[in-house]
Design a protein around this ligand. Structure first.
Ligand SMILES: NC(=O)c1ccc[n+]([C@@H]2O[C@H](COP(=O)([O-])OP(=O)(O)OC[C@H]3O[C@@H](n4cnc5c(N)ncnc54)[C@H](O)[C@@H]3O)[C@@H](O)[C@H]2O)c1
Length: 268
């Protein structure tokens, strides 16, 4: 789908990858609604690109419906919805050490938010025979994020739900992309553009890949090409892949003295 003149919503659009996608889509002519938990950040990006800002918790289905109402009142029926909001915290100790509240939050933000958006938008998109859903998951949804079990499990679920959307609604004229970046220099990792290097892309790099992927209507958008190679290794020999990940985890402890999610980009 092309972006010109399209009505687009992006969640988590106040920061990092979401803000970069908002700017890139606006530069291509989209009318953008920036939705974020943080009203101030959403407003700043909306002001910059001439869009609108809506405060919203994507884990609240009624809030998603109200974002759609606000976006449609300002820009017309939503053509492109980008579910991008996300969080990452890491495991305090063993792989099940985060409390249930944290697992539930990951489930709501990384999976149910995508379900709520699809549930609200699909009936009218199917009726129009057109619409595009972009779900930002992660390379952790194809591989794993060492040191963050809730993030890895829910990002896998996000990839699976995107597959279900694509398989079920391709014939209805609905486009679906799932975005699976590896490390990106954003506030999520406590990083900024100045930290970017090989294997640690800027948010703008990812936004460029997302815009090109949506324009080409590609299901799997990989900003980091190596992820395809790692996923192929995992598919070819899962036991060998787990052994490799165990070695990578041991290397992280040896190098940094701990398993901290924000340090892994230095090892890959
Ligand atoms: N940074 C990375 O290395 C990386 C890698 C792979 C995937 N991702 C994914 O990309 C997406 C964007 O991450 P980012 O790195 O730009 O992070 P970020 O922290 O810079 O931005 C995330 C935004 O989401 C918003 N948000 C969080 N919870 C929300 C909620 N409940 N409702 C509405 N908004 C909410 C935050 O306020 C923030 O503005 C996430 O889904 C993340 O998992 C990031």
């Amino acid at each position: 789908m092309q972006f010109d003149e399209k009505s687009m919503v992006i969640t988590g659009g106040g920061s990092g990858i979401g803000a970069a996608i908002a700017r890139a889509a606006s530069a291509k002519g989209a009318r953008v609604c920036v939705a974020d938990l943080d009203q101030g950040k959403a407003q700043a990006i909306a002001d910059e690109i001439g869009g609108i800002a809506v405060q919203c918790d994507v884990g609240d289905e009624a809030a998603i419906q109200s974002v759609i109402e606000r976006a449609e009142a300002a820009h017309g029926p939503v053509d492109i919805w980008v579910s991008n909001a996300g969080l990452g915290k890491g495991d305090p100790s063993h792989a099940a050490s985060q409390p249930n509240e944290h697992w539930e939050l990951n489930w709501q933000v990384h999976v149910m938010a995508h379900v709520y958006a699809a549930r609200a938008l699909l009936p009218s998109m199917i009726e129009r025979g057109s619409g595009y859903l972009v779900n930002v998951a992660s390379a952790a949804g194809l591989l794993n994020q060492i040191g963050d079990a809730a993030y890895s499990a829910t990002k896998h679920a996000a990839v699976s739900f995107a597959e279900s959307l694509a398989i079920t609604h391709g014939a209805d004229g609905i486009g679906v992309s799932v975005v699976c970046p590896q490390y990106v220099a954003t506030p999520l990792l406590g990083l900024s553009d100045a930290d970017a290097r090989a294997n640690l892309l800027t948010a703008d790099d990812v936004a460029e890949a997302v815009v090109a992927g949506v324009e080409a209507e590609r299901f799997l958008i990989l900003s980091h090409p190596d992820v395809a190679k790692y996923a192929a290794h995992r598919g070819a020999d899962h036991d060998r892949w787990v052994s490799g990940m165990q070695m990578l985890r041991a290397k992280a402890i040896e190098t940094f003295g701990e398993v901290s999610v924000e340090n892994f980009y230095k090892l890959v």
